[in-house]
Each structure stands twice: as structure tokens, then as C-alpha cells.
Design a protein around this ligand. Structure first.
Ligand code: ADP
Length: 704
């Protein structure tokens, strides 16, 4: 509650709205302003009073916006200030003599030292009707306030109010300005920022322009360089000693081809600009076009080695071998060109093929003759040998076999001789040849034929020995058998010849004497010797015929059993042995009857000769699918299994210890040759002490 000296209500009903209206003007507590001060001063002069105030009535106080004549007072208590009364109604409030006003008696301004006697206050009325303050004049003397003076004061109050309104609008204006200014400055800042950006962008633009210019220049220079280098490249291709062509696009357009490749193609430079398939139609069906297409698709280079190329040159087709490269060139991941680099390797390939051919033949020859080869490192005796070489010494391919091992297998008595031969070959750079027997680890003896040649290093020092060996056991044995045969043949012939010679000499001595028992004995003796000799000579003749391929067959169809019945009469006549014939008695064959008879006779004779105690000799005929099989069985001593495989060999005779059998070791060999020519087979089954069965087969022609 505010202090109220007036003894009446001084707060109007709309005071709070009024205060809102007052505060709208934002004038309270503001410093004094000349326009209001002047108005107050003007009032004191017009109305000749000591005091004039522009007061604004707040909730509890009265603020003096202008004060003329009241010293420094800035405000007064609402309950004491007379202005509080002057804002209660719109008319001017006039107290011509305060002392006569009951409501002012207690007022300190009236009752106090100041001694207020006169007061006239015109309310300051806002445009919307609120009474916010007054323009008042005060005097310490009572006075009369005329109607005219009232109107003047009211007019001046209106002027003050206008001034307040004006001031307020000005304030707003200023504020608006400030806002606008603020906005403007913001915009300005933005503008500035934009401007700065623009500047930067501009700078960037300038710099990128410069860059563009530089790169354009670079591009131009690069293009120039490229053109230069392309020209150089083409020149290089043209002058290259290697065959080169550039093919463009999937259609393989010949963009560039040098003379070397044109020569390979067998074409002139009119093919440049054409597609490869058109320029060389003959390569259709050869691998090249497909390969190029693949390189084009995959972008991966292709290397061809020794590929056969057939082209047509002036209507004549030529074949050659080429090595070539297809190198794709890409632009942005897409193949544009393929560079073809080729070389004609026909000469090399043909030379190699020829060498391979020779090597192959050599290998065949080596394999056929069981030739093994080796290279000996003389420093350490390590040998690099072929499987056959090792086999010749009884070693497996995977076994280590070095120079010392080789000498170890050699018969000791041959070692020094072979060593000397090798040394000699090294000293004279010649080939050494040697034959020597070796003992394999299984104890078997083999003959080796060896020859070798020294090899020299770049300083001319011998460091290796290249050698070849063959297992010549077979031929050695054959030779041996042949030698044996010759001595046997001469020995075998010598006996009947000597005996015949003796008989004839004796006969010669008694030729003029009358016939006697002696004559008969000697003639018989001579005939026996002759018979033996003729058997031997027959064998020799047959042998000779065989080896010269002169054995002609005179084939006829005959019944086997009949042939067997008639053969070997000499045995039957002698009566010592019984020939037992069994089996298919009707079987007929188409063959050389005389030769087949010869085979059977040989078998029977052998049975008599080598199984003399077997009184029965069994002859059997049987038919086995497509073949007639004839076998001759005895119950003699049989033959050892290790001998069996050799029986039909030429000159092979079994060494019958102690006993001597005449024979050249040719009989069974001749038999086997006869049967072979009849496309039959020959064989023997025998076991020691269980007799032997010699057999042969002859094909039977069912139509016969
Ligand atoms: P040869 O003309 O010296 O009799 P063959 O070639 O006819 O020679 O016989 C070769 C060898 O076969 C003979 O030396 C003999 O040892 C052996 N042989 C042949 N037939 C028989 C047989 N029936 N029983 C035992 N050994 C035989």
C-alpha cells in the first residue's frame, strides 16, 4: 500500500493498463531531454510560476521527465504528488489555493517548507486514452487560473504528449533501424562471406584455368611426343630385323607390317590395311586367327613356340615353323591393337627334328642291340648311365653304379687290360674297344662289349669318358657254339671218314684177291661210315639251306597216321624199339610230307639216341582247335629244365659227360625251322627221369 496524503482514492480502476501504456513509452528514469526541459521552462515563463514539471505517474511514484524550478528532484511519492490527482480525470486539475482544498491540507508540499499554494496539471493523454502523467505548473502563491490559461496548458500538455509519442516512435524507428542495421550487417557479413567465397572460387577458377591451360599445353606436347614416338615406333617396326606387325581391332586389320613379316607371310605391302583373314585367306583352319581372337578378348599375351604356319606365296604353298608373340595393347581396359612379333625357326626345328629322328633311330638301334651308354666323371668316378647300361652289369636303374663298381664286376684278369686300353684312348684321344666277361651279383657270367671315347674340358684337359656297352653273352655263346660245332663237325666227320678211308685202303689192298668175308665186312663198314657221313652232310646241307632261306615247301594233303606208319622203317626193321601210334588216325593235314616226316624221324632218332633204354616210343596224333599236334614220347632219362629253352637253338648240344653221341646239335634247330615255315609251333615237355615228349603242331585247314 502506498502512502496517500489525500484522503481519497488516487488509483484509477484501469491503473494496471495505464501502467502498461506508460511503460510502452520507455521513458521512465531516462535522463532529462532538452525538448521536455524547454517545454517546462516555457510553461514557467508563460504562466509566470516558479515550477513546472513534466511528470509521469508510475505505480508508487511520480517521475519527473522535466523539472523546471524544483532543483534536482527527479521523482516524488505518488501519495504525496498532486500529479497523482491530476491523472484521475482528463480535465485539467486546478487548485487555485491549496490551503482551501481539504484533500491537500495534509500534503507535505502544501503543509511543508515548500509552501505550495497553486497547482494546475493538464494530464498527458495517450492516443489510446490512458492518462500517464501531467504537465503541471506550481506556485507558492495562490492565483486565479483562467479558462484561457487552462486551454493553453492543455494545449501544451498535448504538445508534450506528442513529444512523448514522437520520442517513442523515434525510439522504435531507431530500434527498427538497429534491427535493420543488424540484419543489414548480418547480410553484409553474409555478403562478405559470399564475396570471400566468390573471391576464393575465383582464385580457384583462375588457378584451375591455369592448370587447364598447362595441362592442355602438356597434352599438346604429349600429343606431339606421341605422334613423334608413334612415327619412331613405326620406323622401328619397319627397320626391325624381327618380323613385326600391328593388327587393329577384332577384325585384325593389318595396320603396319614390316618386310620381315611380309616375307614370312609370302606377301607384299599391299596387304597393309586389309583384315588378316582377307590378306592371308590360307591361314583359315590354322590356329592363328582363333588365338588372336582370344588375345583380343582376354587382353592376355600369347606365346607360340614352333608352330607350323602354312602360307601361299605366289600361288605356291609353303610351310614353316614360327615362334611368335601376340602382345595386346589396351586403351582404358579395352584391347585396341595386337602386336605380332614372329621369327621363322624352320631351319632350327627341321634340324632338331632331324636330330631327334637320328636320335630316335639311334635309340631304337641302341634298344634293339641292348646298347647302354654312360658318361664317367674321371675325377670322382661318378657315372651317369642309361638303364640298359646298368642292366648290362646286372644293376637296376635306380641303383648307384659308378666306375669302381664297373671294375668290380669285371673278371679280375681283365681289369688291368681294360684300364690300359682306357688310358691309351685318353692319351691318344681315340676310341677304345674291349670285350670282357663280368660276373653279376647273382653269379651269372655275361660278356660285355665296350667302347668309349675321352671328353675334354675347355682347357683341353680330359675330364670325362663317354662309353657304350652291349651285353654280347648271346653272341659270345653262339660264337663259342659255332667254334665248338666246327670242331665237333670235323671231329664227327673225321671218325667215319677215317673209318671209310681205312676200309677203302684195305679193300684196295685185296681188290685183286678173290672175294672173301673180309670184302663183305669192309664194304659194310664203308657203307656204315658213309651212312653216318651222309646224315652229317645232310644236316649240314639242310642247315645251310635254312640259313639261306632256300627251304622250299612242297605241300600236299596227306593223312598223318599213314605217314607215321611208314616213317622210321629203319627203327622198325632193327626191331629193338617199338613204335606205338595212337590218337586221331584220320586227321589229314596240308603240308610238306617229306619235311614233316624228317621232323618225326629226328624226334624218333633222338629218342633212340638219347633214351636208348626206352623200348617203347609213343607217337600220338591229336586235333586241338585248328591244329594237328604230333608228339613223340620216350621213357628215357629226361632233360634238365635249364637246358629245355636252348634245345632248339642252332649248334646246341648237351654235354653228356662221359658219353659220346654223334651229332652236330643241328637236328632240333632244323626241325624248328621246318615247323615255323608251316606256321606251327614246336616244343618239348620233359622232366629228369620222367622221359621226354617232343611235339609240334601244324595248322589244319578244315576244308581239306
Ligand atoms: P644232335 O643233332 O646233336 O642230336 P639235336 O638238336 O637233335 O642235336 O638235339 C640237341 C640235344 O637235345 C641233344 O644233344 C640231346 O642232348 C638232347 N635231346 C634230344 N632229344 C632227346 C631225348 N629224347 N632225350 C634226351 N635228350 C634229348
Amino acid at each position: 500500500m502506498i502512502e496517500n496524503t489525500f484522503g481519497m482514492n488516487i488509483i484509477p480502476e484501469n491503473d494496471s493498463e495505464r501502467l502498461v501504456a506508460l511503460n510502452r513509452y520507455r521513458i521512465m528514469d531516462t535522463p532529462s531531454e532538452a525538448s521536455f526541459d524547454n517545454m517546462a521552462k516555457l510553461c514557467t515563463q508563460i504562466f509566470s510560476v516558479p515550477v513546472s514539471l513534466v511528470s509521469l505517474v508510475d505505480a508508487e511514484r511520480v517521475f519527473f521527465k522535466a523539472n523546471a524550478g524544483m532543483g534536482n528532484a527527479r521523482e516524488a511519492n505518488r501519495g504525496k504528488s498532486l500529479c497523482a490527482l491530476a491523472v484521475l480525470h482528463p480535465e485539467i486539475t486546478v487548485f487555485e489555493d491549496a490551503l482551501k482544498e481539504p484533500c491537500l491540507i495534509a500534503n507535505p508540499n502544501v503543509a511543508g517548507d515548500f509552501g505550495l499554494r497553486f497547482y494546475a496539471g493538464a494530464p498527458l493523454i495517450t492516443h489510446d486514452g490512458f492518462l500517464i502523467g501531467t504537465l503541471c505548473i506550481i506556485d507558492q502563491q495562490p492565483r486565479v487560473f483562467t479558462e484561457k490559461e487552462s486551454r493553453i496548458l492543455a494545449g501544451m500538455a498535448t504538445a508534450v504528449m506528442d513529444q512523448i509519442e514522437l520520442r517513442s516512435s523515434a525510439l522504435e524507428e531507431i530500434e527498427n533501424h538497429q534491427v535493420t542495421n543488424g540484419l543489414l550487417s548480418e547480410q553484409k557479413e553474409e555478403m562478405q562471406a559470399v564475396n570471400e567465397e566468390l573471391i576464393t572460387t575465383n582464385e580457384e577458377l583462375i588457378s584451375s584455368n591455369k592448370e587447364l591451360q598447362t595441362s592442355q599445353e602438356q597434352l599438346i606436347s604429349l600429343n606431339r611426343q606421341l605422334a613423334d614416338s608413334e612415327a619412331r615406333f613405326r620406323n622401328l617396326i619397319k627397320q626391325s630385323p624381327v618380323a613385326i606387325a600391328i593388327l587393329q581391332g577384332r577384325e585384325m586389320r593389318i595396320d603396319c607390317a614390316n618386310d620381315v613379316i611380309l616375307r614370312i607371310w609370302g606377301k607384299d605391302d599391299s596387304v597393309v590395311g586389309k583384315n588378316l583373314a582377307v590378306a592371308l585367306p590360307e591361314i583359315k583352319g590354322q590356329p592363328f586367327l582363333d588365338l588372336l581372337d582370344e588375345v583380343y578378348t582376354s587382353g592376355k599375351a600369347y606365346f607360340g613356340k614352333e608352330v607350323m604356319l602354312s602360307v601361299v606365296e605366289n600361288g605356291i604353298s609353303k610351310h614353316m615353323y614360327v615362334n611368335f608373340t601376340y602382345q595386346p595393347f589396351e586403351v582404358e581396359g579395352i584391347t585396341k591393337d595386337i602386336m605380332v612379333v614372329a621369327s621363322d625357326v624352320t631351319a632350327q626345328v627341321e634340324a632338331r627334328i632331324a636330330v631327334e629322328d637320328v636320335n630316335q633311330r639311334l635309340q631304337i638301334a641302341m634298344d634293339a642291340s641292348k646298347l647302354g651308354s654312360t658318361e664317367v666323371n674321371l675325377a670322382d668316378g661318378v657315372m651317369e648311365s642309361t638303364a640298359q647300361f646298368k642292366a648290362n652289369y646286372g644293376y637296376r636303374e635306380d641303383e648307384t653304379f659308378n666306375y669302381p663298381d664297373l671294375f668290380e664286376t669285371m673278371f679280375p684278369e681283365h681289369r688291368e687290360r681294360v684300364r690300359k686300353l682306357v688310358q691309351e684312348a685318353i692319351a691318344t684321344n681315340t676310341v677304345y674297344r674291349a670285350e670282357y666277361p663280368v660276373t653279376w651279383r647273382d653269379g651269372s657270367v655275361h660278356w660285355i662289349s665296350a667302347h668309349g671315347r675321352p671328353r675334354y674340358d675347355e682347357n683341353g684337359k680330359v675330364n670325362r669318358m663317354v662309353g657304350m656297352t652291349a651285353d654280347i653273352t648271346e653272341s659270345k655263346l653262339f660264337e663259342q657254339r659255332k667254334d665248338d660245332f666246327l670242331s665237333i663237325a670235323s671231329h664227327e666227320l673225321k671218325t667215319p671218314v677215317t673209318s671209310l678211308k681205312a676200309s677203302l685202303q684195305l679193300l684196295d689192298r685185296i681188290k685183286h684177291k678173290p672175294n672173301s668175308a673180309m670184302h663183305i665186312k669192309l664194304i659194310e663198314q664203308s657203307n656204315r661210315s658213309m651212312a653216318k657221313m651222309s646224315v652229317l652232310v645232310d644236316d649240314l646241307l639242310n642247315m645251310n639251306r635254312m640259313s639261306e632261306g632256300q627251304l622250299k615247301l612242297k605241300k600236299t594233303t596227306f593223312t598223318l597216321s599213314e605217314m607215321l606208319n611208314l616213317c622210321c622203317n629203319h627203327v622198325r626193321v632193327e626191331g629193338r624199339y617199338e613204335l606205338v601210334i595212337s590218337g586221331d588216325m584220320d586227321l589229314r593235314i596240308y603240308a610238306d610230307e617229306h619235311r614233316i616226316d624228317q621232323v618225326v624221324v629226328n624226334f624218333v632218332n633222338n629218342a633212340v639216341k638219347y633214351a636208348p633204354d626206352s623200348m617203347k616210343i609213343f607217337l600220338n596224333i591229336e586235333k586241338i582247335t585248328g591244329y594237328a599236334k604230333i608228339s613223340v614220347r620216350d621213357e628215357g632219362p629226361g632233360i634238365a629244365s635249364h637246358i629245355l629253352p636252348h634245345l632248339f637253338d642252332r649248334y646246341y648240344r648237351v654235354n653228356h659227360e662221359g658219353q659220346s653221341y654223334s651229332g652236330l646239335g643241328l637236328g632240333l634247330y632244323i626241325c624248328s625251322e621246318i615247323i615255323k615255315r608251316h606256321e606251327g609251333r614246336i616244343g618239348v615237355e620233359s622232366e629228369l627221369n620222367h622221359g621226354s615228349t617232343f611235339w609240334f603242331t601244324i595248322p589244319v585247314n578244315e576244308q581239306q
